[in-house]
Design a protein around this ligand. Structure first.
Ligand SMILES: *Cc1c(COP(=O)(O)O)cnc(C)c1O
Length: 451
C-alpha cells in the first residue's frame, strides 16, 4: 500500500508524511495539511464494521492512514486505551438518533481527538528518543482536554497556563488534580496574558533546546480521529449502504471536517447539516459566496462555538477546489454548487437554543446542552424545510452537567453529574503560581525541561 502524503492548503510547503504532519501541526507556509489521496473503505469493509467495538472501528478507519507508520496491533492497542468509555446512540423518534460524544474524561467531544493524538505522539516519539513539551494556554476546556489526554504519556511533558480568576472550579480541577508529567501554572492575569507568554516562548531562540509544540486544533492528529465516530454511528444504525444525515454543531469546523473526510472515505453520508450559533459567517457564505469574518466573535451560550473565523474552513474550501489563505481571504472560489449539495447550513441564535433545550426535554425527555441543542434545532429545520426523511443522527458535543445553571433554569432539574466529574471533588489540587513575568516563566521552562 502507498504511503499517504499531506500537502499544505497554501501549496507553498513541501509534502510531508503523517509523522511530520503531526509534529509540525501547521505547515511552514501557514497553510493546513490535507491528505493528498483520501483512502477509501469499500462497501464490504463498512458492512464488516457492524459488530465491532468503537476501538475496533477506530483501528480500521485510522489504519488507512497509519499503514506505513504503525503495526495494526499497536494501533488497536492505542485505540483501546484511548476509547475506554461508551459512545451512546440514543433513539429519539422514527429514524432519528442523538450521538453523545460526552462520556470521555473531560465530558466534551474534544476528548476523542485529544486522546488519540496524545497516543500517536507518544508512540512516534519512542522511536525519536526525544522529549516533547506541549505548551498551551487555556481559558478552560481545551487545556483540560489536552492535559488529561497527555497525562502519563511517556516522553511527553505538558505545561498549561491558565488565569485562575477566569475559569470555573470544575475546569480548574480537571487540570490541577493530574500531576505526573502535567504542570499547571496559574498566571496572575487574564487569558490573553497567558496566551502572550506562550506565544513569546514559541519564538524565543534561547529556548531552542526544548522541543515545544502546541497540539492545537488544526493538527492532523486531531482531525483524523474525528472521522471515526461517523463510521461508528453508521456501523450501529445503518445497513445496505442506506444514506445517512448528520447534524453537527460547529465552531472551528474540525468536527464537520471529520465528517466530510468520512464521506470522501466512502461512508454513505447523503448530506451534512452544519449548524452554527450567531457566528454565522459560514451560513452567510453558503448563501452569498462572500466570506466575512466576524470580529470580535459574538458571545453565545454555546461558548465553544463562538468562532468568527473557523480555522478549519480553509480545509473545506480546499476539498472543493478553492483556496482560502490563513487570513480568510479567498483567492480561488470552490465549487459552491457541489458544497451546497453536500452541506446544508443554518445559524441558530441563543433564544432558539434555549427553546430547543426546553422542547426536546418536554417532547422526548431528551436532555441537551447548548451546543448539542443548536445541532438538534438545525436538524428540525432541515427536516421541515427540505421535507427529507431517512436515517438522521444529531451530534451532542458536551455533557449537560457542564452547564448546570442553564439546564436548571430551563428545565428545573439538575443534570446528573458523570463519574469523572464526581471524583474530581475529592482529589487533591496542585499548581504553580506566577505573575505576568516572562523572565520567570522562561526560567521555569529551562529549569523543568532543559536536559
Ligand atoms: C469545540 C466544541 C465545538 C465546536 O467544534 P468544532 O470542531 O470547533 O467545530 C462544539 N461543541 C463543543 C462542546 C466544543 O467543545
Amino acid at each position: 500500500m502507498q504511503k499517504i502524503l499531506f500537502y499544505s492548503t497554501n501549496r507553498k510547503a513541501p509534502e510531508v508524511d503523517l509523522i511530520n504532519a503531526l509534529f509540525t501541526g501547521q505547515a511552514p507556509d501557514r497553510g493546513l495539511y490535507m491528505p493528498k489521496t483520501i483512502p477509501m473503505l469499500s462497501q464490504e469493509e463498512i458492512a464488516a464494521l457492524a459488530d465491532k467495538t468503537y476501538a475496533q472501528v477506530a483501528a480500521v478507519v485510522l489504519g488507512k492512514y497509519t499503514l506505513n507508520s504503525l503495526s495494526p496491533d499497536t494501533l488497536l492497542k492505542l485505540c483501546e486505551e484511548a476509547y475506554d468509555y461508551p459512545v451512546p446512540l440514543e433513539h429519539v423518534q422514527a429514524k432519528t438518533y442523538l450521538m453523545r460524544l460526552d462520556q470521555g474524561p473531560t465530558a466534551s467531544f474534544k476528548d476523542f481527538a485529544a486522546r488519540m493524538m496524545a497516543r500517536l505522539f507518544g508512540t512516534f516519539l519512542k522511536k525519536e528518543k526525544r522529549q516533547l513539551v506541549i505548551l498551551t494556554a487555556t481559558s478552560g476546556d481545551t487545556g483540560s482536554a489536552i492535559a488529561n489526554a497527555f497525562y502519563a504519556i511517556p516522553n511527553i511533558k505538558v505545561m498549561v497556563l491558565f488565569p485562575p480568576s477566569e475559569v470555573s472550579n470544575r475546569q480548574r480541577k480537571q487540570m490541577t488534580t493530574l500531576g505526573k508529567n502535567v504542570t499547571i501554572v496559574g498566571i496572575d492575569g487574564k487569558f490573553d496574558d497567558c496566551q502572550a507568554l506562550v506565544k513569546k516562548a514559541f519564538t524565543d531562540n534561547t529556548l531552542k533546546e526544548i522541543w515545544l509544540t502546541s497540539a492545537n486544533s488544526i493538527n492532523m492528529g486531531r482531525l483524523l480521529p474525528q472521522t471515526v465516530y461517523y463510521f461508528y454511528a453508521y456501523s450501529q444504525l445503518g445497513k445496505d449502504n442506506e444514506p445517512v444525515y448528520f447534524s453537527i454543531p460547529s465552531g472551528n469546523f474540525g468536527n464537520m471536517m471529520g465528517a466530510l473526510l468520512a464521506k470522501r472515505m466512502g461512508l454513505p453520508i447523503e448530506r451534512l447539516i452544519i449548524v452554527t450559533n450567531a457566528n454565522n459567517e459560514v451560513p452567510v457564505y453558503f448563501k452569498t459566496r462572500s466570506y466575512q469574518k466576524i470580529v470580535p466573535s459574538r458571545v453565545c451560550i454555546s461558548n465553544a462555538m463562538n468562532v468568527g473565523h473557523p480555522s478549519n474552513f480553509a480545509r473545506v474550501i480546499d476539498l472543493y477546489g478553492g483556496w482560502m489563505d490563513e487570513t480568510g481571504t479567498i483567492h480561488q472560489q470552490p465549487d459552491i454548487e457541489h458544497m451546497r449539495r453536500d452541506m446544508w447550513t443554518i445559524s441558530i441564535d441563543d433564544k432558539e437554543t434555549r427553546e430547543t433545550i426546553r422542547s426536546a426535554w418536554g417532547k422526548y425527555r431528551l436532555m441537551l446542552e447548548p451546543h448539542g441543542a443548536t445541532g438538534w434545532a438545525g436538524l428540525q429545520h432541515f427536516i421541515r424545510e427540505t421535507k427529507t426523511d431517512g436515517l438522521m443522527v444529531s451530534v451532542e458535543t458536551a455533557h449537560p452537567a457542564k452547564f448546570p445553571e442553564e439546564i436548571e433554569q430551563l428545565l428545573s432539574i439538575t443534570p446528573p453529574v458523570p463519574k469523572s466529574m464526581i471524583r474530581l471533588e475529592e482529589m487533591k489540587e496542585s499548581y504553580l503560581q506566577l505573575p505576568i513575568d516572562y523572565q520567570r516563566f522562561h526560567h521555569l521552562l529551562l529549569e523543568k525541561y532543559r536536559r
